[in-house]
Design a protein around this ligand. Structure first.
Ligand code: DUC
Ligand code: ZN
Length: 460
């Protein structure tokens, strides 16, 4: 069946155009003036009025953790609730972190993640694989992963999934051979462990010890070490959830040396700061994530970097826990499950505080949320574009509204909203997932229509 999205403005990374979009089945077949599109339609073509709205290519969130076992519990959102929240917020593709647990092969980890996700997703989905148990047989599996469409990986420099420098080096060497890329969680685990032990010995068991024991220097040092390893191997890497100016400066230094480094940040690092850790009781625990929230100056640095293109993507690091789960750490800050929800509000927050706030253009927003992640994670131009031949993944965003974030009006499976009370000037009115209208009037009307995306090699 053919349908036309009529009367909207199509946003691309290089310009915005008052054009209509013709969809046939799952694909965009034409984008053009009303007259051009009219000529391609017939009396059976459906018409969707999107007058006054911006049409973005479906947003991609390349950093989610659904159905993940962490800190003795499991994330509040699984693939069913997480992807429903995602699509309501305009995200038509997520890339989640499949995880190899100790003793497992990558194939085991991948099978496990397919079992968690398949048949449950309301948006399209792919997986990175987190590598935590490296050995010659896992090394050989990287070829199979690439074949399976798992072309990006994740390494942790902290947590119990961490890998040491020699392992990082060996993995980078192999990724260079197979054409894969890795995102890395950069924090110096030794420094954090020592600071945590000191805080505990001093009886400082409250949430305020969380940021104090994970300083920006721990992040910057780990980024520097990673980039030196990548320099010798001569391979691009991705610094995920960059939070601070110190880390940013390290990335810029590496680029000056001629290295290719990609960087991602998240709305919480742009819009929140570490004063939230002084909130009373377990209220502060809602904002515990790693790396932690930083200073206002750090957020300013990140906004500038989005505007000038030195940070390429904004993802969420959606890793949600209820307030009851957060209370697991009421007597010991190291036991607070780290992470917060974000997948439902990323697009409207970035529009309100980025585009409407005068910090980035809507074209830049399109690059950060759609084009760049599609290219970096091997999905472009099937995803990340509204162009003939691309998947008809389209976000219909209405600007100029007066809305507010509230937990009572969210579908993610959490009893609080980190951005509770935050004003929004945009609403995700409709979402098309491969041509099917899955969100109407800001409500999810079709669930579980998501498919696994077999991704190609990075190309940004
Ligand atoms: N940081 C978090 O806060 N939670 C999950 C993983 C991560 O990197
Ligand atoms: Zn993460």
């Amino acid at each position: 069946m053919k349908q036309v999205l009529k009367g909207g403005t199509v946003v691309t990374g290089s310009g915005s155009f008052r054009e209509d979009v013709l969809i046939h089945g799952e694909k965009v077949v034409a984008v053009g003036s009303p007259e051009e599109i009219e000529r391609l339609t017939d009396r059976d073509t459906g018409v969707v009025d999107v007058e006054g709205c911006l049409l973005f290519p479906g947003f991609i969130d390349a950093h989610t953790h659904f159905d993940l076992h962490v800190a003795g519990t499991v994330t509040a959102d699984d693939f069913a609730t997480g992807t429903k929240a995602a699509v309501r917020g305009g995200t038509t593709t997520i890339v989640d972190f499949g995880t190899q647990y100790t003793g497992e092969s990558l194939a085991d980890g991948l099978r496990n993640w397919h079992e968690k996700a398949d048949g449950k997703c309301s948006c399209d989905y792919g997986f990175h694989m987190s590598i935590s148990d490296w050995n010659p047989s896992v090394s050989r599996e990287l070829d199979d992963m690439m074949e399976e469409g798992i072309t990006s990986f994740k390494l942790y420099m902290t947590y119990d999934t961490q890998v040491d420098d020699k392992t990082i080096f060996e993995i980078l060497r192999r990724l260079k051979e197979v054409g894969g890329i890795t995102g890395v969680h950069c924090e110096n685990s030794g420094m954090i462990a020592a600071l945590q032990a000191e805080a505990k010995a001093a009886g400082k068991m409250g949430v305020e010890s969380h940021p104090a024991t994970r300083p920006a220097a721990a992040e910057a040092e780990a980024i520097d070490r990673l980039l030196r390893l990548a320099e010798v191997v001569d391979i691009p890497v991705i610094v995920v959830h960059l939070t601070c100016k110190e880390g940013y400066d390290v990335i810029m230094e590496a680029r000056k040396r001629g290295q290719k480094v990609y960087a991602e940040t998240c709305p919480q690092y742009l819009l929140m700061d570490d004063s939230l850790y002084s909130l009373p009781g377990m209220e502060a625990a809602k904002y515990v994530c790693a790396p932690p929230l930083r200073k206002k100056e750090d957020s300013q640095c990140l906004w500038n970097a989005l505007a000038d293109g030195t940070i390429q993507t904004v993802s969420t690091d959606h890793c949600s826990f209820t307030t009851e789960q957060k209370a697991l750490g009421k007597d010991d800050f190291t036991r607070i499950p780290g992470g917060m929800p974000g997948v439902e509000t990323r697009g409207t927050l970035l529009y309100t505080y980025g585009v409407d706030g005068g910090r980035i253009t809507q074209e830049k927003m399109c690059q950060l949320l759609s084009e760049n992640p599609a290219k970096l994670y091997g999905m472009y131009p099937v995803k990340g574009a509204i162009a003939p031949g691309s998947d008809a993944d389209i976000v219909v965003l209405r600007p100029g509204v007066d809305d507010v974030v509230t937990a009572g009006n969210q579908v993610q499976n959490v009893d609080y909203a980190p951005f509770e009370g935050t004003r929004l000037t945009a609403r995700i009115e409709s979402v098309f997932l491969r041509g099917s209208q899955v969100v109407k009037d800001h409500q999810v009307v079709v669930e579980k229509a998501g498919k696994f995306v077999k991704r190609g090699k990075y190309n940004l």
